[in-house]
Design a protein around this ligand. Structure first.
Ligand SMILES: NC(=O)c1ccc[n+]([C@@H]2O[C@H](COP(=O)([O-])OP(=O)(O)OC[C@H]3O[C@@H](n4cnc5c(N)ncnc54)[C@H](O)[C@@H]3O)[C@@H](O)[C@H]2O)c1
Length: 250
């Protein structure tokens, strides 16, 4: 089903992007893996059908260039999965101390850039008459407010900007899916629960109590849903947000 399909994966060097890239390679898709860091994906660049492009995604010219070079290489693009997570160095400031500069940069880099990626790839799909797919990664934090009690007494938090950005991603998904449904462009997003990443044991225990049997997830737990959304099996799913959270949001 994925032979001759061409996808761009942003943030391919990260947790979700890397697992997704490996899976797409395994099932025969042609992919361009893009990120500002490439240490984890270097070894995947072993075939002419799997390219690595090191770019900073927060620049619209770079997005245009990425689309142009992918088309030049493979003659078409079937979809893009936006997994990049461009946060500032001071990401996660406590609410009362949040600086306007940090707020402005993170809102633009994470939400604004998602809008610009849509703008450029939708223009490309329309120009080339492609029934393309766009997939964003939102989060459970965009669906429900954080469970603040899970963070109590720990040096970790879930920032307000994150919730607002992730709700924005869900909104952007349904807005654009509605606007372009007559062009047969599908735009969906997934909202994963937290992914295991050396969180304190106390946090993991509290988190698990509000889930089924798994609690924090592995990147592999997310990839299957993204593959489904890229596949023919989801042909008439458009503008949706699919929550993958082992019941956290229930
Ligand atoms: N990890 C989680 O617990 C979790 C849970 C729910 C949703 N998500 C969402 O999933 C998405 C991916 O998360 P992840 O855990 O894989 O993150 P990650 O930090 O592991 O990977 C993100 C990748 O984006 C790249 N990146 C950062 N700035 C960039 C830029 N300016 N240009 C190009 N690439 C850039 C990084 O180098 C990194 O490889 C994010 O949108 C995140 O909010 C993550």
């Amino acid at each position: 089903m994925f032979k001759n399909k061409v996808y761009i994966i942003t943030g391919a060097n990260g947790r979700i992007g890397l697992e997704l890239s490996k899976h797409l390679i395994k099932i025969g898709a042609k992919i361009v893996m893009t990120d500002i860091k490439t240490n984890n994906i270097k070894s995947l660049n072993n075939n002419n059908n799997h390219l690595i492009k090191k770019i900073d995604i927060i620049n619209e010219k770079n997005i245009q260039h990425l689309i142009k070079m992918t088309h030049k290489k493979f003659n078409k693009i079937d979809g893009i999965v936006h997994c990049a997570y461009p946060v500032t160095k001071d990401w996660g400031q406590i609410f009362e101390k949040l600086s306007p500069k940090s707020l402005k940069e993170n809102l633009f880099n994470q939400l604004g850039v998602s809008i610009l990626i849509s703008k450029q790839i939708i223009k490309y799909f329309i120009k080339n008459k492609i029934s393309g797919k766009i997939i964003y990664i939102s989060s459970i934090q965009g669906v429900r407010p954080p469970k603040f009690e899970h963070y109590r007494g720990l040096k970790m938090s879930s920032p307000i900007e994150y919730s607002v950005i992730k709700t924005g991603i869900i909104s952007l998904t349904s807005y654009l899916a509605k606007l372009y449904k007559k062009n047969k462009i599908s735009i969906n997003c997934v909202s994963p629960g937290g992914i295991k990443d050396k969180q304190p044991k106390k946090f993991m225990k509290r988190y698990l109590q509000t889930c089924g049997l798994k609690g924090l997830l592995n990147p592999k737990d997310i990839v299957g849903t993204i593959i489904f959304l890229l596949s023919k099996n989801s042909e008439y799913i458009n503008g949706q947000n699919i929550i993958i959270d082992d019941g956290w949001s229930l």
